[in-house]
Design a protein around this ligand. Structure first.
Ligand SMILES: Nc1nc2c(ncn2[C@@H]2O[C@H](COP(=O)(O)OP(=O)(O)OP(=O)(O)O)[C@@H](O)[C@H]2O)c(=O)[nH]1
Ligand SMILES: [Mg+2]
Ligand SMILES: [Zn+2]
Length: 290
């Protein structure tokens, strides 16, 4: 019988099938072949205990894409979530999620949550960073503002909420899916960071079709596999100008005749995005030293 892995905890996978949710283990063969089953995998599961709804996963179907942070597969859309405040936006980190989506050719949508905590002016500033590049939806999971727009943006798709801890991913899930009951956590008064409340990935069926993944927040992570020479191509706003630099191998840092830096000065590329590009570039360079 075919099914979808909607949750995995401690070596058990919860597989949604036409017969309900089956608690299953993977066959030993997966380990032998170096395959780690993941939430989002389409699998073939055999029932071993009808009454207890227990089974074994025999095989998996080919994946459309796969990610490590968060550990999910078969995603159509990344909804990259950050909070307008509490925690303060970390755009370098937001852009890492976007680079990850670009690298896999997965569509990205920006969701700015907690709009109730900031002025309209502040919100516009954050929107301006992204609105020429990605769809931007500002919401408050607390008041419900903007939630119908978000619902519409992901309708019929397999969408994953991704973003740092504490930005309100699980609160958004609870607002979209009333029976979800995801645990939500407070923001640390001392560090104003999230507390890594969500520890596992879980998929929910969205109203009106489509699926939505809640994922754990990451406070920092490497941009997997991105190289110094290719990072620019995963910033679509920067990539638009890369062909016009004086040097063919320009990395848009200090090189003379750089069309990217000229576009930043002319206000055609948002400065925050350029700063995030240089910060992420620096990180890639340092990573390679060790
Ligand atoms: N003011 C306000 N607070 C919100 C909003 N959405 C979420 N919060 C609060 O933000 C805190 C963190 O929310 P969570 O939903 O647990 O955040 P998360 O992104 O799931 O965090 P992790 O599971 O740790 O990755 C909670 O105290 C929520 O009540 C919002 O729209 N406005
Ligand atoms: Mg959470
Ligand atoms: Zn350049």
């Amino acid at each position: 019988m075919d099914g979808l892995i909607i949750k995995g905890i401690g070596g058990f996978y919860y597989v949604e099938t036409e017969d309900g949710i089956i608690e299953a283990r993977g066959r030993g063969i997966f380990k032998k072949d170096g395959i780690t089953l993941a939430v989002g995998d389409r699998v073939e599961v055999a029932i071993i205990d009808e009454a207890e709804k227990k089974g074994v996963i025999n095989s998996i179907y080919p994946r459309k894409n796969q990610f490590i942070r968060p550990p999910i597969v078969n995603v159509d859309t990344f909804v990259v979530v950050f909070a307008a405040s509490k925690p303060k936006p970390n755009l370098v980190l937001v852009d890492k999620f976007l680079v990850m989506a670009e690298m896999s050719g997965v569509e990205a949508v920006i969701c700015i949550n907690k709009k109730d905590l900031v002025s309209e002016k502040q919100l516009e500033e954050y929107k301006a960073v992204y609105e020429d590049i990605y769809p931007v939806i500002a919401v408050s999971a607390k008041t419900g503002e903007g939630m119908s727009e978000l619902k519409q943006a992901i309708s019929g798709k397999t969408a994953a909420l991704a973003g740092p801890s504490g930005v309100g991913k699980s609160t958004i899930i609870n607002s979209l899916i009333p029976h979800a009951n995801m645990e939500t956590g407070s923001i640390s008064e001392k560090t104003s960071r999230g507390k890594h409340t969500t520890r596992h990935v879980e998929i929910f069926n969205a109203e009106g079709g489509g699926k939505i993944f809640d994922t754990p927040g990451f406070t920092s992570f490497d941009i997997m596999d991105a190289e110094e020479d290719s990072l620019m191509h995963y910033y679509p706003d920067i990539d638009r100008y890369t062909g016009s630099c004086y040097y063919d191998n320009c990395r848009h840092l200090k090189e003379p005749g750089c069309a990217v830096r000229a576009a930043v000065e002319a206000g055609k590329i948002n400065r925050k995005r350029y700063e995030s590009y240089t910060a992420n570039m620096e990180e890639i360079k340092n990573r390679r030293k060790y």
